[in-house]
Design a binder for this molecule. Structure first.
Ligand code: GDP
Length: 294
């Protein structure tokens, strides 16, 4: 991912280096390249516009113009701003402090929500916790079976209840978790192809029932602007605490990372980097920024 940005940027920077000295015009060329490559990576237009005006202002500042290696300074400015855009240097953690603590998973169908729920459960189990998965995605018929299979694979119990009424499943699952002293409960909720009122109403009810410490929306990096729009809608309705961006191992254009964060102002807490159960990791903004810049 981000290959395009990387190619364009390194070209722009090479041109700068060749000139020895940065002029306002050189910077404008490089800035234009940055702008185009971000747009091509599917970053939302308004986000790009704001980003560019910041970079331009800083790149035309004294520090860059008077630097001995203005090309490197320029890269530094772009990188710093990219890191900031993606949430800063430090990865944001999923925080569960209650006992049991609830993590509510949300997202559109196909985003990787069920897989990610199991990935998280596996992560906590490895960490010495006693997780429980609640299968409350009653809309996609295979989702409950899929979660059961994944649970079996990783040795984490999956509460399925009557498999029909999501709110009821969660209510009973909560009691079950308390009785069996599970300390972390991950609730896989309904995913539809599109957002609709009935689904949102169900998510509201589940949220009220479990009072989750984390409400994480799973978004598919390959979905581009659709992912961004749905993140915005989920956030305004549910007040997300964070995002998990999946499929970053694919040939996605990666802009979803930047845009979803910007439109929701919520941190990317983890990223999915493959189909296997271990393919989940914290999100390091500076690593992604370095990858972009090559
Ligand atoms: P759900 O409908 O949101 O519950 O989606 P699923 O969990 O069933 O995932 C949909 C597809 O995406 C499955 O084939 C998963 O294996 C795949 N998937 C999920 N996360 C990742 C990821 O990080 N990388 C890749 N390559 N595939 C993923």
């Amino acid at each position: 991912m981000f290959e395009n940005i990387q190619k364009k940027l390194s070209l722009a920077v090479k041109n700068l280096a060749g000139k020895g000295k940065i002029t306002e015009k050189n910077i404008q060329d490089a800035v234009r390249q940055v702008k185009m490559s971000l747009l091509e990576a599917d970053v939302n237009y308004k986000v790009v516009k704001d980003f560019i005006s910041k970079v331009k202002e800083q790149a035309l500042g004294k520090a860059v113009l008077e630097s001995l290696s203005p090309d490197q300074e320029f890269i530094r400015v772009v990188k710093n701003n990219l890191v900031e855009l993606m949430g800063g240097e430090k990865p944001e953690k999923i925080i569960v402090s209650r006992n049991p603590g609830f993590i509510m998973m949300a997202g559109l169908q196909g985003s990787g929500k069920t897989t990610t729920s199991a990935k998280l459960a596996n992560m906590y189990q490895k960490d010495g916790k006693k997780p429980l998965l609640i299968a409350a995605d009653t809309y996609r018929p295979a989702a409950i079976d899929q979660l059961e299979q994944l649970g079996e694979q990783i040795g984490v119990p999956v509460f399925t209840g009557d498999r029909k009424n999501a709110v009821k499943i969660v209510k009973e699952g909560k009691k079950y978790a308390e009785k069996l002293l599970h300390d972390i409960v991950i609730v896989d909720t309904a995913g539809r192809l599109h957002i609709d009122e009935k689904m949102m109403d169900e998510l509201d009810q589940i949220k009220e029932l479990i009072n989750p410490e984390e409400i994480l929306m799973v978004v598919d990096a390959m979905m581009g602007q659709d992912a961004v729009n749905s993140a915005k809608e989920f956030n305004s309705r549910l007040e997300l605490t964070g995002l998990i961006v999946t499929k970053l191992d694919g040939d996605s254009r990666g802009g979803v990372i930047i845009s979803t964060r910007q439109v929701t102002q919520k941190p990317i807490k983890m990223v999915g980097v493959g189909e296997k159960i271990e393919d989940i990791e914290p999100f390091y903004a500076d690593r992604y920024a370095s990858r972009i810049l090559g």
